[in-house]
Design a protein around this ligand. Structure first.
Ligand code: GMT
Length: 376
């Protein structure tokens, strides 16, 4: 199949999933055209059948708001026509689904039928999407998509709860390419934990929804009970505040801010526990990536996280904001090697249930179904 993929090219989970999906499809022989405003950060492989089309918005002074969606729609039309796309898969509803719908209309006027699939990722529904100024457009473009998927059962239910949407939404969870994840490298572990401290890790875009301050509070409590250090990977609007918080709590010396990392797997695999304290999380891809590195997870019990992090098996779940409970759970996993090992195994087993080889065929089946409907 010739498949167009529209996504955010940044470090967000939706862009990562879209890119890994495109690469996995390309490995199976499909031709993939990424259409986005920058090269997706995870687009690292040089395969002959993967292409990147940049959406460049003119900065004409009349535009206070550059019309990105219009340029995106035009680019989709162009790629669909000249590369002969069979279908388009857009990740994150805003503004990708409505840009896809507009492109579909323009192509239809030229006698070309381009079906499009929308994958809902989380904040497009639970945060941004709930802003009333977006609601009619999101509802419309979800209804008009040829197929819609959500990355968790929880996100599917949230969509029905917050939007007047009636159509079927198929749950296809996020995935990991387990074969790509490295084993723990003791040398690397020693660099971050030179005195055998337990290594806690958190990865996010440092937005408010991630409650990174709670990660620091959890860490502070764990460190009172055992030698420990914390790696914070990523960057975003909350970083400066969190740095200030670390200083005032006096835990700076044991917290390392590593910034944005394109491929954090090696560092992840050198850690002992992943901490995810989000207010809401439709899936928690970073937690699944940690599990693929045999790292258990202490997380909040919100949105889709319980579908990924199994309480008592891959880690533990606590109410949002309950830093005492999360710290207690962290200590109970880290307290002895045998327990940690049991959770490590549980985490890896769970990651294998979300392997690309299991999830990818579900997307291919969906694509084939959509194409069959178009031809009928
Ligand atoms: O978490 C973010 O702020 C980024 C966002 C995105 O769309 O890139 O992540 C969402 O999609 C990920 C991939 O499907 C999910 O794993 C995240 O749980 C989801 N984030 C939220 O729901 C907050």
């Amino acid at each position: 199949m010739r498949i167009g993929i529209v996504c955010y090219p940044t470090f967000g989970g939706s862009g990562v999933v879209a890119t890994e999906l495109g690469l996995a499809l390309a490995h199976k022989g499909h031709t993939i055209h990424f259409i986005t405003y920058d090269r997706p950060v995870r687009l690292r492989d040089h395969l002959g059948n993967v292409f990147y089309h940049e959406v460049r918005v003119s900065d004409y002074p009349l535009f206070d708001y550059p019309p990105y969606e219009l340029v995106l729609s035009s680019k989709i039309v162009d790629v669909a026509k000249y590369e002969g796309l069979d279908l388009l898969h857009v990740h994150y509803a805003i503004p990708h689904a409505n840009a896809a719908w507009m492109a579909q209309q323009i192509l239809a006027a030229q006698g070309i039928r381009l079906p499009f699939i929308t994958t809902l990722h989380g904040t497009d529904i639970t945060l941004v999407g709930r802003d009333p100024s977006f609601e009619p457009v999101i509802t419309f473009s979800i209804e008009r998509s040829d197929a819609v998927t959500a990355v968790s059962e929880s996100l599917k239910q949230d969509t029905y709860a917050h939007f007047p949407v009636k159509r079927d939404i198929r749950v296809i969870p996020n995935f990991v390419c387990n074969a790509q994840y490295p084993k723990r490298d003791e040398e690397l572990t020693k660099r971050y934990a030179p005195n055998g401290e337990k290594l806690l890790v958190h990865i996010s875009n440092f937005r408010k929804v991630k409650r990174v301050g709670d990660v620091v509070e959890v860490f502070k409590r764990v460190r009172e009970r055992m030698p420990a250090r914390l790696l914070l990977i990523g960057d975003g609007p909350e970083r400066q505040r969190i740095e200030g918080m670390c200083r005032s709590l006096g835990v700076c010396g044991d917290i390392l801010f590593l910034g944005k990392m394109t491929d954090p797997e090696d560092v992840l695999a050198s850690c002992d526990l992943f901490v995810l304290t989000s207010e809401s999380e439709s899936f928690g891809l970073a937690a699944l990536e940690a599990m693929a590195c045999r790292v258990p997870v202490v997380s909040t019990d919100t949105g889709g996280t319980p579908e990924v992090n199994i309480h008592g098996v891959t880690g533990f779940l606590s109410p949002v904001g309950d830093v005492d409970s999360m710290a207690e759970n962290a200590v109970s996993i880290l307290k002895d090697e045998a327990t940690l090992e049991r959770f490590r195994e549980g985490a890896l087993e769970q990651a294998r249930r979300f392997d690309v080889d299991i999830v990818l065929p579900r997307y291919e089946e969906l694509y084939e179904g959509v194409l069959a409907q178009v031809k009928a």
